[in-house]
Design a protein around this ligand. Sequence first.
Ligand code: ZN
Length: 344
Amino acid sequence: MIRRQLGRLWRTTRRYKNRLGPRVVILLYHRITELPLDPWLISVSPCHFAEHLEILQQYNRPVRLQQVSEALRQKELPDRSVVITFDDGYADNLYNAKLLLERYDVPATFFLTTGNMRCEGEFWWDELERLLLHPGSLPDVLDLSIDGITHRWKLGEAAHYSEEAFRRYRCWRAWEDGPSLRHSLYSQLWELLHTLPGGERRRVMNDILRWAEAEPAVRPTHRPLSLEEAIALSQGELVEIGAHTVTHPVLSTLPVALQRDEIQRGKAKLEQMLGWQVTSFAYPHGSTSAETPAIVQEAKFACACSTTADTVTKASDPFRLPRVVAPNCDGRTFAKWLSGWLLR
Ligand SMILES: [Zn+2]
């Protein structure tokens, strides 16, 4: 009887301790800017980001990703700590994010994709948005050969997209049903393209550019970081540069050899550029196959971040660190949202 009561007490205590065990939140941002169109909701306004940093400084403990990775190895997590990370490598990371991080003295890790650093073009998902979701006219029929399969789309009335329709659908999100054939086409092409290897994806994007009779262009608002800007971003005590592959593939869809190539070449390019070792990695789209974490470990990374929405606990795997996407909201809402994660 006593034994059963003790067992229950122990289980309750363990649950209680587990609930209050140290938690770390790794925040995931992409862009600090304001855009007229943001179908993936990847931008946080500079004003909101400043408020987030103010909250972190006042009520939490902003720490570096490497501190968490090291603490996990020692099985000692710093409680109520928060890590800031950025994915992809947009120019606004340097001009908007870094400025604010310095103002509030908060560290951050920036995971950079190296394939777009020569200013040759926008990230492919931005290019697709530029071609399809802005006012103007497109040819009626699009024929594309992707992965050996021929696809045909007929736009009909949606071949013309008016200023008025653009304004009406400005708040459309890419995971919602498309309100017009243009939006449906965008979603279908995104689905088909995001799992292609980088070279094949570029070929299809060139076919789409030709069909749209558009020139390759880089909007100042959607510019990836150049090599020089990436170096400027890395300067100072607050910024760590991490790797995010070369072409931002869905790693789980690639054979092991191609995964290794993307992971190692991305790291080597950054190290050559910076002149020091790059030891943090983030999986593009959060995607991994059973082999990916081991490939990342072999490439001499110390930790890797996923996009699984959760907090880091002592039980977390340093090569599958969960992250939560930071919302574009004011400081008050952010504080409430963040404490929801820290007290789970
Ligand atoms: Zn990414």
